[in-house]
Design a protein around this ligand. Sequence first.
Ligand code: GDD
Ligand code: MG
Length: 351
Amino acid sequence: DNFAILMAGGVGSRFWPVSTQKHPKQFRDLLGAGETLIQTTFRRLTSFVPAENIYILTNEEYHDLVQEQLKEVNDEQIVLEPVMRNTAPAVLLAALKIRKRNENAVMIMAPSDHWIEDESAFKNDVQLAFETCRREDKIVTLGIKPTFPNTGYGYIQFENNSEEKVRPVKKFTEKPSLEKAREFLRKGDHLWNAGIFIWNADFIIRSFSRNQPELFSLFEKGNSVFNTSEESDFIAANYELATDISIDYAILEKEENIYVIPATFDWNDLGTWGSLYNEVEKDMEENAVLNARVLAKDASGNIISSNKNKVVVVEGLQDFIIVDEEEVLLLVPKEKEQDIKEIRNKVQKKF
Ligand code: GDD
Ligand code: MG
């Protein structure tokens, strides 16, 4: 059967002050779509995974938000992490739970903060990956044609002179230096890792046992209690002992059986205000307006967001991020969007 794990434990600090520790971006309607990012992701997954086979992996703190926003999900499908340990431990735990339910489970790991334009093209690529992993022990990634040397992504060096839809990966490099990223773009045989993976549960568990033996043995000893009433005690006692590492460093950089499907859909990681700006409607002056009524003069290229449909008057301002929230008003040039994480930390210390 098809299963899914939906990753929803991040804090989204570069989207502050809309994304906060208490209420991160995946639980917000960032795109003005009439639904939150996690609701969009869940709906997208239900076109090839039955709703009862979709697990939500998140921090304990967000239990109520998940229950509120995903009414179709039972409590047994919510995997709660007592502390943040990045994605690898959460993935292993969920894979063990899923394999216990179904030995032949094939699963997709899906981040909750992506923009995907063409859902039917996405579905086609994913279905091909599911078919592949049902038959074979492989990790299948989805690769996006890179457009600039982004150092926040993983890079997939793939077999370029082949017509196969599922290609062998030569090397996976997570978050390279700028110099490396530039080189990868020049070479033309690298794709961005979309952060969406497909594998069969048994194979990913075996990959953990080879590539992350400590983490594997920590969680594997809980196998007898998974999916029972004793599971939460096991997690409470053991989760914080897990290595703090992402799936990309823990498995993708190490495993040999990795394949890539060059994606046929448009994709964007909604990681910063600039990435959001690219995917929403703009007015005549190229201002992106979210939940606000705007009067603009000599103002262009701005992102203007308000949390209560306020009237915002902007004159003589170009390429700014303007975010009005209950307790914070943020004005930062778009080109400084990477600083927002740091600004957020400073504000939290100072006030
Ligand atoms: N459950 C859980 N627990 N989820 C988490 C945790 C955690 O501790 N930390 C992060 N996540 C979730 C985030 O909410 C997001 O949906 C997803 O896991 C990916 O985490 P990010 O922190 O956004 O990863 P990244 O953007 O730095 O890098 C990954 O995604 C890129 C594409 O968007 C990597 O896979 C890169 O290789 C890839 O290019
Ligand atoms: Mg991300």
